[in-house]
Design a protein around this ligand. Structure first.
Ligand SMILES: [Zn+2]
Ligand SMILES: [Zn+2]
Length: 327
């Protein structure tokens, strides 16, 4: 399905700046109508064959650049309950990269070029959000040790206490990305998202972006989330135990009560920079602008820089060799 402008027939997209649907062809706002697909594999705008991957829920037609939303993968069991629409625009995402890396030396010339940055794509990543309670219990023997001297004797008093703590920690919307392809560490680093800006799912938010349907089941991700929740509950419970010199016979226990699991899509700007034979990925949280990624170091620039500024300095030459060795 695509969103088509009723005024000019162009492909309307969701604009983070305007928080509305926008037609880039005639500047119209909220002029869209839905045009359904006939079959999953052809673009409803131009009829071109879509290169649709296993999990694409929204993609761009490579012939006419229209953003196509795959109904089969955004409805029924694949319909997200919530979506966090992009807050950061394409332009803002570019600025974030430029601000972060613009002043760095040794970057390849085209790393922040307009041509390369225009290839940056906004993508909705599938997430499950978990609401659950963790009951965390610590039992132990607490020791309060006191020593004093009287006459020729030193006294030590070890008072024993039975320590019992059992705390229920409610966890709200703990996220786990439901995508095989997205590295878990990257998605963990994208956090936190502010879920108060979430909206009920509407396919219009996908127009102008790429999206992936969930391709991991919520039960599969549950252990990962429970470990995080248990760690949070553990540290909260531990903080309530104070005043003891030491503890022995400590036994920790935890149990979980699942309340709700919500399928949601969260926004990420992606920039894949091809450098030599590698692709370097950069991710920007589409809501907060948080950036994750390591920039490439250009060998040629290191050489020129070292040559003009540090010429003749042996110590730096060895550093220079290390840098070149890294490339
Ligand atoms: Zn238009
Ligand atoms: Zn097309």
């Amino acid at each position: 399905m695509i969103f088509r402008c009723k005024s000019c027939g162009g492909n309307t997209v969701y604009s983070p700046e305007r928080k509305k649907m926008y037609c880039p062809y005639c500047d119209g706002e909220d002029t869209q109508e839905q045009v359904p697909s006939e079959g999953m594999f052809n673009c409803p705008a131009c009829g071109g064959e879509l290169k649709i991957g296993d999990y694409n829920a929204a993609l761009r037609c490579e012939y006419c650049d229209s953003y196509v939303i795959v109904e089969e993968r955004t409805t029924g069991k694949y319909e997200p309950k919530l979506i966090l629409p992009f807050i950061k625009s394409h332009k803002e995402a570019e600025e974030i990269l430029k601000n972060e890396f613009g002043k760095q030396r040794f970057l390849p010339d085209d790393f922040l070029s307009d041509a390369k940055l225009s290839g940056m794509e906004g993508m909705y990543v599938p997430f499950f959000l978990y609401d659950f309670d963790v009951r965390y219990t610590i039992s132990a023997t607490g020791h309060k040790v006191r020593t004093w001297t009287s006459g020729n004797y030193q006294y030590t008093e070890d008072s024993l206490y039975q320590v019992e703590r059992s705390i229920i920690v409610p966890i709200e919307k703990m996220p786990a990305d439901a995508s095989y392809e997205k590295p878990d560490e990257i998605m963990d680093l994208m956090e936190p998202y502010d879920y108060s800006q979430m909206e009920s799912f509407d396919p219009k938010f996908l127009s102008g972006f790429l999206a992936e349907q969930y391709n991991m089941e919520s039960e599969e991700l549950l252990p990962r989330v429970q470990i995080k929740g248990r760690d949070d509950a553990k540290s909260i419970t531990e903080k309530t135990i104070t005043g003891y010199t030491s503890m022995t016979n400590r036994v920790d226990q935890s149990s979980f009560r699942q309340r709700e699991t919500t399928y949601a899509m969260l926004p990420v700007w992606t920039y894949f920079y091809k450098y030599k034979d590698k692709t370097l990925p950069f991710y920007i949280n589409g809501q907060t602008g948080k950036l994750v990624g390591q920039p490439p170091i250009s060998g040629l620039k290191v050489l020129i820089y070292s040559g003009t500024v540090f010429a003749g300095m042996i110590a730096l030459l060895s550093m220079w060799n290390i840098l070149l060795g890294m490339l």
